[in-house]
Design a protein around this ligand. Sequence first.
Ligand SMILES: [Zn+2]
Ligand SMILES: [Zn+2]
Length: 361
Amino acid sequence: MAQTTPNHTQTVFGWAAHDSSGKITPFTFKRRENGVDDVTIEILYCGMCHTDLHHVRNDWGITMYPVVPGHEITGVITKVGSNVTRFKMGDRVGVGCIAASCLDCEFCKESQENYCDKVQFVYNGIFWDGSITYGGYSKMLVAHQRFVVHVPEKLPMDGAAPLLCAGITVFCPMKDNKMLESPGKKLGVVGLGGLGHVAIKFAKAFGLHVTVISTSPSKEKEAKDRLGVDDFLLSTNSEHMQAARRSLDFIIDTVSAKHSLGPILELLKVNGTLVMVGAPDKPVELPSFPLIFGKRVVKGSMIGGMKETQEMLELCAKHNITCDVEIVTPDKINEAMDRLARNDVRYRFVIDVAGRTPESR
Ligand SMILES: [Zn+2]
Ligand SMILES: [Zn+2]
């Protein structure tokens, strides 16, 4: 792979956090020129992911300030490099978490770029030329064609944006663990937030029986009435949890706060699988008995490869799956971040970067 050093000559307007207060302010910066393998994208919408919150506040101690967050990006192509064949001017496209990978290892060769040891992310990463990457809280992005996907005409650009992280994060483990080819089987979704609500939509589209496991009784009505969830378990009610022992085939755990997996694992049938996609910054409790006595499996999963991301978007178009979003204008990003920290959003904030949504003005 030609890892050229493009000139960073293009001035871009965006929004960045400058220190661990996490406060986001307007920020002008430079992006590279559009290289031969690059496309330039006018950003229309960008979802606000929990990871953004962790980065702006330096929760994981890895933030390189100033940080321009955002990895749920949709927009329109305004420039294509001479080697680019899959895209043309005006195409509706999306960019998720990945900015670069080695393109040469076993994972890259199988389009599992997300597991490349050299993977670099769309923000707070280091690009091939040594520059720090800046994400989608900005008006324009230059991306290598490999890490860009088409957004099908049928999908709205705002509701599609969070599919690029939240969507693919739950889609891949569901596909990998055969949940999408097992109609009638029982899936548990732990946590009803940005990730959880998309997992439910996939599950319903593919005929699964869905149980939400949550600490908030207030979510039951909405989960059942609006999202079509079949059962709701309050994880703090040990009687209910006990009654549901050995009832589920799979569990997707989306919770990003520290919690114990013990009671949740008991819900799985023998041989059942729990996939963790939330990222608690402290270790979760994992008692051995529920694993041993039920031959159960606990695994992790991180976003998805580029081929799978495109496949997911096509399936979303086919089954009318989009994220439920609350559109915010760029001047309301800080307010939205504070609400995100309190999980006060149904179910994803999406920034109207280009001012295209009349109601949000
Ligand atoms: Zn994310
Ligand atoms: Zn690689």
